[in-house]
Write a protein that binds this ligand. Structure first.
Ligand SMILES: [Zn+2]
Length: 269
């Protein structure tokens, strides 16, 4: 049997938020109490002779439209250039879901095919979006771009749990968004789970404390348990917005501290 590739995993921390109302992070949280805010990441993988980009982040212009006040420190494609990944020639971009902070710079990848779960496209283009609460974290301009990608033969659809390449699994969790997916990536330190928004911060998997935004609360809670079981170790779970990740993982090189991290190396808490 051929050994699975051991991927390098890069996290791009493109924006951050210093403080945030507890009620904006946790269901039932206090809207007058401030707690540490969220960090915003995209990712890239190198392994098995291929490069994969995961999510595309968003921009200060989009943040203004969406009424979000975050501190931006880079455009994800500009940070990728610093680790030798050229967005313009990238071949594969995986979208974990289509919330505005995950699909905001699609045009930076003009030659890529985009991978998404069937459930997410059904969610963002159909009847679910006739309900205002489900629209809160989507930007209609992004969704139109996703539809254009379908018609340009640049969207690759996946149904449920699939292997994209040896050592790289795209797993449907749902809950937070109807088509919320995670990545399970084989590395030298084991199978790392990039949880994206299936787990924003560690409290969700540590305490089963629900995040404030969801499509299906039961499915989101079941997702926390499934991710804990799959990972087997907390150090193999990478929540998608936890600022503690930025402190725990090493920089990908000199001058990249707090900007590009290596998640295939062990964290130091
Ligand atoms: Zn989300």
């Amino acid at each position: 049997m051929t050994a699975l590739p051991e991927y390098e995993i890069f996290a791009i921390r493109y924006a951050s938020q210093a403080l945030r109302a507890e009620g904006h992070t946790f269901l039932g949280g206090d809207h007058n109490k401030l707690i540490p805010g969220l960090d915003f990441f995209t990712y890239a993988l190198r392994g098995g002779g291929r490069t994969w980009v995961i999510d595309t982040g968003f921009t200060p212009e989009k943040a203004a439209i969406m009424g979000r006040d975050y501190a931006f420190q880079t455009r994800p494609s500009a940070a990728l250039a610093k680790i030798g990944i050229d967005a313009a020639s990238a071949t594969d971009v995986i979208l974990t879901h289509a919330h505005f902070d995950h699909v905001g710079t699609l045009a930076d990848y003009p030659n890529a095919k985009f991978h998404i779960q069937d459930e997410e496209m059904i969610h963002v283009t159909g009847r679910d979006m006739a309900h205002k609460p489900f629209r809160a974290a989507y930007y209609p301009g992004d969704i139109k771009e996703l539809i254009d990608l379908v018609y340009a033969d640049r969207m690759v659809f996946h149904a449920g749990d699939v292997t994209l390449a040896p050592g790289l699994e795209f797993i449907l969790i749902g809950g937070h968004a109807r088509g919320q997916a995670i990545l399970r990536v084989h590395t030298a330190r084991g199978w790392v789970i990039l949880a994206s928004d299936a787990v924003h911060v560690f409290e969700e998997v540590d305490e089963e404390r629900p995040f404030a935004i969801f499509y299906d609360l039961f499915v989101m809670l079941e997702g926390y348990r499934r991710i804990n079981r799959m990972a087997g170790s907390r150090d193999l779970i990478v929540p998608g917005h936890d600022a503690r990740i930025t402190k725990a993982y090493p920089a990908a090189g000199p001058g990249l501290e707090g900007l590009v991290l290596r998640l295939d190396l062990p964290p130091v808490w």
